[in-house]
Design a protein around this ligand. Sequence first.
Ligand SMILES: NC(=O)c1ccc[n+]([C@@H]2O[C@H](COP(=O)([O-])OP(=O)(O)OC[C@H]3O[C@@H](n4cnc5c(N)ncnc54)[C@H](OP(=O)(O)O)[C@@H]3O)[C@@H](O)[C@H]2O)c1
Length: 132
Amino acid sequence: MACWVVMQDGKAVFIQVSMAANNSPSALEKEQAHPILTAMAEAIATTKRYAVVTGSNKGIGFEICRQLASKGIIVVLTARDEKKGFEALEKLKSDGLSDHVVFCQLDVVDPSSVASLADFIKSKFGRLDILV
Ligand SMILES: NC(=O)c1ccc[n+]([C@@H]2O[C@H](COP(=O)([O-])OP(=O)(O)OC[C@H]3O[C@@H](n4cnc5c(N)ncnc54)[C@H](OP(=O)(O)O)[C@@H]3O)[C@@H](O)[C@H]2O)c1
């Protein structure tokens, strides 16, 4: 038997999956989770995560920004060219992702640009969870 605590409609739900003899899930039983499990599930669901995507004013990087931001992750869209970067940022903002995207200039072959990005992340977020 396996158990999970998941968030459903803003509430933590404890799910038990009974395994049949052939080892496949045979039943789903849902019940109210223990308060401690509920608090843990809520903490995980509400913890902010921060990502940086390099070369993300277009192509794969841009799409990765969109997908991460639409999952609620705070994304730093970066580009070596500021104008292109801000244009890309505006596209994501107009798609309703304003609260989850910021821009920072980054040329990956310029050490001073890399150091500036590190300072930006440290001062604004205090940590980084995802680097693409
Ligand atoms: N497209 C595919 O199907 C595919 C498949 C497998 C692997 N890849 C690889 O994935 C990567 C991205 O592919 P893509 O199709 O998204 O390419 P892309 O559309 O050409 O985008 C590349 C991005 O990298 C940026 N960039 C280049 N040099 C940079 C630098 N020194 N500092 C910061 N940013 C820089 C570009 O900025 P600018 O606009 O300023 O040039 C652009 O934003 C490439 O390495 C590619 O080989 C792509």
